[in-house]
Design a binder for this molecule. Sequence first.
Ligand code: IDP
Ligand code: MG
Length: 139
Amino acid sequence: MSERTLAIIKPDAVKKNAIGDIIASYEKTGLKPVAIRMMQFSKSTAEGFYAVHKARPFFDSLCTFMSSGPVVVLVLQGDNAIKKNRELMGATDPAKAEPGTIRKAHGANIEFNAVHGSDSPETAKFEIAYFFPETDLVG
Ligand code: IDP
Ligand code: MG
């Protein structure tokens, strides 16, 4: 079933000039970009996006990191896009990520891990709407 997921190329990966490599991985995996936006998060944009993690000890550090430089926010579309993208990303901790995954290739540690991907249809819906009006999606 074709579905949509939200991906973010995080500030660490943008700084490393990995935007092109990461978007190529999406395309090779059958995840088609239907919206792309480059932006820099404010701290409060990051806090709103990661609100589910508010109680976690790493919340403040995560939001500081996510607002530390430009990011690329994408909506990806394809069969089983949510699961497919999570597999392509690899484990949250790059040290535990499988070879061939984006986090294995570009992540530095459990916080600076190169990419974000929605983890369920409900979060995908919230996360896509957080950045894009429906009319911005071309697919
Ligand atoms: P996910 O990105 O693989 O879905 P989540 O548990 O949803 O992982 O965590 C969101 C983000 O918070 C991670 O991608 C990572 O940047 C950061 N993070 C997760 N766990 C830790 C931790 O234990 N220490 C520091 N940062 C963390
Ligand atoms: Mg998550």
